[in-house]
Write a protein that binds this ligand. Structure first.
Ligand code: ATP
Ligand code: MG
Length: 544
């Protein structure tokens, strides 16, 4: 699937045509403070696909200028996710690689009289900042001499001050209608060990200062980010201009992607993980790329979903159903269709010889002969889904098994239910049925019409399986409500049942259609004595 025409692609085409740029260079700049989520996939797909279309390239640059929250385990996880999506960054870089150059450029601004060391506390700075309707008040330190600023900044770097005691600020305009231009902070003091630079630095540049410098150094032509950076663009351009960067990158903003009933904020995802409300970042209910991967989503389904949402300058919310649709479209023909009984009910075929098993040749996917075929077993003992039996036929629409009714066991024979066995509590534990040898599937039998066609698994050859069945993790999309209250208590259900023996040698992330039950993938925790499957989604949208 090619990226459709969108406003950024148009800008790139125009810039190439006018000669403003010679090629397209983009970057994806995640902060390594959590795992990536499906919202990030929009930024990844957009950056990589656009650059690729113009024969350009994309750098992966870790925005690691805030050491408080960053960690190298996240660096590795992010690399893995991007790689899984099928993208290869031209260079893998770190914002911290540029700390030296960024520091030199800060010195340059001080020498040009465009930056000063400020003593205001964070609280005071906020008070001095003014509001959208009132101009800010200038810092008492705004007119420090260049020499004093150089000396103090040097001391900041040397570790002579505590966290928050001083900052380096740009000297721009305290009455600018854009709050970001009211002498923004360029550097702050943080005494903490950085995952990359260790204890070399105790002053760290702010995103708004570091990012444009990094883009300029790397020769990025189109610096794409989400819409909330819109009113930072003027500062981005100011930094590039005042630092006299030889290459001039430009920032363009696109709308963020939101999905119904889905958390799209690293902060909240981190909260879920850190408070053990989920089983880790790759919990199959999580909207992280690692979670979606474990859930069984394919990279194609994710890419097609992202491309299908288009790209504009408005934040958009799409239904989580769209991602499922993308997966069904892809897997319908691609994967094997096999039998699994998730909630088993034992059926004894009383007129079938004891100890005998017959094998029936069945295609893996009748719509895709390339997938070949396997043999499914039939014998005196089989399992069907509990929900496929009701003692009495409730109405004419009931096309499943009832006492006295006859159904086809898919690909095998007609069976008729004669008797139900109950336990002491009145639960149905076993059905006694008879089969009609005349009715073998494929034999051309046309005598009667069965009351339905249900799947089954033969008991002696079946493999034990656990089926993880999911509902949305969140019950609503109201991000203002408390996270814990929004958690769906039924988001993880477990079925214990059987799959046909053709799945004996399944491996993690192999995908199947379980006939009538949905698309499933084999979980990492699957073992040969008990297989484990995650339901990716049901066969049909439950939406209608
Ligand atoms: P979050 O808000 O979830 O914490 P973030 O934007 O702080 O995410 P970054 O690591 O800074 O996370 O994101 C890297 C890039 O991904 C940024 O350019 C950001 O604009 C983009 N991005 C993040 N979330 C989305 C989203 N939902 N839709 C589109 N782009 C996104
Ligand atoms: Mg961010």
């Amino acid at each position: 699937m090619e990226i459709e025409s969108n406003f950024i692609k148009k800008i790139m085409e125009d810039d190439l045509e006018s000669g403003k740029v010679k090629g397209i260079i983009t970057r994806f700049p995640p902060e390594p403070n959590a795992y990536l989520h499906i919202g990030h996939a929009r930024a990844i797909v957009t950056n990589f696909e656009l650059a690729k279309q113009f024969d350009g390239y994309t750098n992966l640059r870790f925005d690691d200028t805030n050491p408080v929250k960053e960690d190298s385990s996240f660096v590795e996880a992010i690399k893995e996710d991007i790689n899984w999506l099928g993208y290869e960054p031209k260079n893998i870089l770190f914002g911290s690689d540029y700390f030296g150059q960024t520091y030199d450029l800060a010195l340059k601004l001080i020498k040009k009289g465009l930056a000063y060391v400020c003593d205001l506390s964070q609280d005071d700075m906020r008070k001095y900042r003014g509001t959208l309707t009132e101009p800010g008040i200038e810092s008492p330190n705004r007119n420090r001499s260049i020499d004093e600023n150089l000396k103090l900044f040097e001391e900041m770097k040397a570790g002579n001050f505590e966290d928050g005691e001083k900052t380096l600020r740009a000297k721009i305009d305290m009455s600018s209608p854009n709050m970001n231009m009211r002498d923004p902070v360029l550097y702050r003091i943080i005494h903490i060990t950085h995952h990359n630079t260790g204890d070399k630095w105790c002053i760290y540049p702010m995103y708004d200062f570091a990012h444009p410098i990094q883009d300029a150094i790397e020769g990025v032509t189109h610096s794409l980010c989400s819409l909330e950076y819109d009113d930072h663009r003027i500062l981005y351009d100011w930094v590039v201009e005042k630092c006299e960067m030889p290459h001039v990158p430009h920032q363009y903003e696109f709308g963020r992607l939101n999905i119904t009933n889905t958390i799209m904020s690293k902060r909240y995802l981190k909260q879920l993980v850190d408070n053990n409300l989920v089983k880790g970042y790759d919990d199959p209910r999580m909207p992280t790329l690692a979670g979606l991967r474990r859930r069984g989503y394919t990279k194609e389904s994710i890419k097609n979903f992202i491309l299908g949402t288009g790209l504009s300058r408005i934040n958009s919310t799409v239904s989580s159903e769209m991602l499922e649709t993308s997966l069904r479209d892809e897997l319908n023909f691609k994967v094997k269709r096999v039998n699994a009984v998730i909630d088993p009910l034992k059926v004894v075929i009383t007129n079938y010889p004891e100890g005998q098993v017959e094998w029936i040749d069945v295609p893996f996917n009748p719509e895709n002969p390339d997938l070949g075929s396997r043999k499914i077993a039939f014998s005196r003992n089989v399992f069907i889904e509990k929900e496929d039996f009701l003692p009495e036929k409730p109405n004419k629409k009931w096309k499943r098994l009832s006492i006295g009714e006859e159904v086809r066991l898919m690909y095998a024979y007609f069976v008729k239910c004669n008797e139900v066995k109950y336990d002491d509590f009145g639960n149905i534990v076993e059905l006694q049925c008879t089969y009609d040898p005349e009715t073998k599937s494929g034999s051309g039998f046309e005598g009667r019409k069965p009351n339905g066609n249900i799947h089954y698994v033969e008991a002696s050859t079946a493999k034990k399986a656990i089926f993880n069945l999911f509902e949305p993790l969140m019950i609503d999309s109201d991000s203002k409500r408390d996270l814990v209250e929004r958690l769906n208590p039924n988001s993880w259900n477990e079925g214990k049942g059987f799959v046909e023996n053709a799945l004996e040698n399944t491996y993690p992330l192999e995908r199947f259609q379980f006939i009538r039950k949905g698309y499933f993938t084999t979980d990492y925790d699957s073992k040969s004595d008990v297989l484990v499957f995650n339901r990716i989604c049901e066969l049909k949208s439950s939406f209608n």
